[in-house]
Design a protein around this ligand. Structure first.
Ligand code: ADP
Ligand code: MG
Length: 610
């Protein structure tokens, strides 16, 4: 058999290379193992996938010491006879390609028939199996590539593969294994991915003899998510589906309140395989933009079906990354599908006042006796009493507010409106502003509103002239990669428009000399890094207007006051005044509501006064 191992030659470049030797087979397997078998979790993945391919409906994964000592996978699948059991551990053997038609599967599904051979080359392996046609099963043992004779043994129908002491003859690789806890965390992650993609299979994970998960089959995805992550994650998930141009998407979306600080609650499956994909992650992030803090990650479980011909799985050794031939389509369709659902739902900000069940404590007569204007009075009284103490004048010198465009957007005199509503608002939890209006009251998300105002203002300004900038007292230098320098160079027009002045300061350093006044709140170097990220991600897909818009969104978000920031009365008054002058101000730039109205009529209905 001719094997052409895929060895990286980079390390030898420029040196005299040794004589060419033909690698023995086990060495080839070990090299292949390096690609596919990174750690115990990779073994779990390969073994469980084989069990699924074998048609198992029940799979148990038992590990010891985070898989460093033992990984054993037992299934009730089709099993192997003696001959197949020997073959299974040979390199480049697979039962999954039989006809020339199946050959296509090599490129589409990535069967390579080398997982078992690779694993057996780096550990002590026992494989036991029995098919339904056999009365007894067989056992084979392999120690780092050297096989025992095949032995008969009693066994249930199905297969058990047990891996002991992974990498024990490869101290360099063994050393790279992390603590049992860390390795176990990786195993749980792999197990979780497989469990989400295969809800019809009963799955168990056991660590050091104790159950970690015991998942019931056929209960549907929501129930599986609940078993894996708890009901508080599963219950509130929004479900949506879209089918267009051969792309079928089913999404389960978390409400903003359960967004995490990492992407640990994001799972993307393509034709039932877990994948990681920058485009799709970005689409998810975009869809939630404005509704969660940009540093957080929404929970999202995405199940995508599309023709195998439309993407390439052979770009990553473990097939975890794919290349979409039409990545833009995938991106835009996922974005649209999620965004539509989120917009239609109004999320946490739905104006659902608490439901009152049964007659109120006051009884019917008392309820009816309260005339409508008394409610208005009561509200006025409430807001008066609960107004925070503090200065009443407009405080334009406050640094936190200095970037807020004040009264500069509209044509009308905003002063009037400031005076008009000066006395009826309050800030709650340093995040929301409750303000009375003619029909009832509004609850305003201070960050979302200010982001909207800032965005409109930036946009208005930048279309006419470059943004006004200010020389930095001490130019700030920033280290960049060659690729980042190129991005900046290619976007020099846009950077100029923003009012950012950059000077090369060495082959990989730029100095920021001037920075837009409106973005004074942002850290220049920090801002520039994010700007480069946006340009890198969007530069290729958007035209110059679209790109500028994207950058302005990013800038507005960074420059806007944050949730949790205490505002003075003056600042609140300014915000309310500017709200009037910005069109569509009831939504932040990305469609999330910035303000929710409660009308008196609605309140009266809720309190059963009508
Ligand atoms: P691949 O999965 O790419 O075919 P593997 O090295 O993972 O390559 O497996 C080699 C072959 O061993 C499979 O094609 C299959 O025929 C057989 N095999 C492996 N695991 C099982 C199992 N749990 N049950 C039945 N057959 C199996
Ligand atoms: Mg396999």
């Amino acid at each position: 058999m001719i094997v052409t191992p895929n060895i990286k030659l980079g390390a030898y470049r420029g040196e005299k290379m040794g004589r060419i030797v033909v690698l023995d087979e086990n060495m080839v397997n070990m090299i292949a193992a390096g690609e596919v078998i990174e750690r115990p979790a990779s073994v779990v993945k390969e073994l469980v996938e084989n069990s699924i391919d074998a048609g198992a409906t029940k799979i148990t994964v038992a590990v010891e010491d985070g898989g460093r000592k033992l990984i054993s996978v037992t299934d009730n699948g089709c099993g192997m006879d003696a001959e197949d059991l020997v073959c299974a551990f040979e390199p480049h053997t697979t039962s999954k390609i039989k006809t020339s038609d199946d050959l296509r599967a090599i490129s589409t599904l990535g069967f390579r028939g080398e997982a078992l051979a690779s694993i057996a080359s780096v550990a002590q392996v026992k494989g036991a199996s029995r098919t339904k046609d056999q009365l007894a099963g067989h056992l084979i043992e392999i120690d780092c590539g050297s096989k025992s004779e095949i032995m008969p043994m009693s066994a249930d129908i199905g297969t058990t593969i047990a891996i002991r002491d992974i990498f024990y003859k490869l101290p360099a690789r063994r050393k790279f294994l992390k603590s049992a806890n860390t390795e176990m965390a990786h195993i749980v992650e792999q197990f979780t991915r497989i469990a989400l993609a295969n809800t019809s299979i009963e799955l168990a994970l056991v660590h050091n003899g104790r159950d970690v998960y015991r998942l019931t089959a056929e209960q549907g995805i929501r129930s599986r998510i609940a078993e894996l992550f708890g009901p508080e994650i599963a219950d509130g998930l929004l479900e949506t589906e879209s089918e267009e141009k051969g792309l079928h998407i089913i999404a389960y979306l978390g409400r903003p309140a359960i967004a995490a600080t990492s992407n640990r609650l994001q799972f993307i499956f393509l034709n039932s395989r877990f994948i990681r994909d920058k485009f799709i992650s970005h689409a998810i992030k975009e869809a939630y933009r404005g509704s969660i803090d940009p540093s957080r990650f929404p929970a999202a479980f995405l199940f995508i079906q599309m023709p195998y011909e439309d993407y390439d799985v052979n770009v990553h050794p473990t097939k975890i990354e794919v290349r979409f031939y039409n990545a833009n389509l995938v991106h835009s369709q996922i974005l649209a599908c999620i965004r539509e659902k989120l917009l239609a739902t109004d999320l946490d900000t739905m104006a659902t006042a608490p439901q009152v069940h049964g007659p109120g404590i006051l009884g019917d007569t008392a309820r009816m006796a309260v005339p409508r204007n008394r409610i208005t009075e009561a509200m006025e009284e409430f807001f008066k009493r609960h107004r925070p103490a503090g200065q009443r004048h407009l405080d334009f010198n406050d640094a936190r507010y200095s970037s807020l465009p004040s009264a500069s957007l509209g044509t009308g005199d905003t002063r009037t409106s400031i005076e008009h509503r000066a006395s009826k608002f309050m800030q709650v939890h340093d995040s929301f502003i409750v303000a009375e209006d003619d029909e009832g009251f509004v609850i305003i998300d201070q960050h979302a509103l200010h982001e909207r105002i800032t965005y409109e203002y930036l946009k208005k300004r930048v279309t006419n002239n470059p943004l006004e900038s200010q020389k930095l007292l001490v130019p700030e230098s920033i280290q960049l990669t060659k690729a980042q320098m190129d991005i900046l160079e290619n976007s020099s027009g846009l950077i100029e428009k923003l009012g950012i002045e950059l000077v090369p300061f060495g082959p990989k350093t730029m100095a920021i000399q001037a920075f837009p006044i409106l973005l004074a709140k942002a850290e220049p170097a920090d801002f520039l890094r994010d700007l480069i990220d946006v340009l890198a991600e969007k530069g290729a897909t958007l035209d110059s207007d679209g790109l500028l818009d994207e950058v302005l969104h990013m800038a507005a978000c960074k420059a806007a006051i944050k949730a949790g920031q205490k505002l003075t009365d003056g600042e609140i008054e300014q915000l309310l005044a500017d709200k009037e002058t910005v069109e569509h101000s009831s939504h932040c730039p990305h469609g999330r509501p910035a303000a929710i109205k409660f009308t008196l009529t609605e309140l009266e209905k809720q309190f059963k006064r009508t």
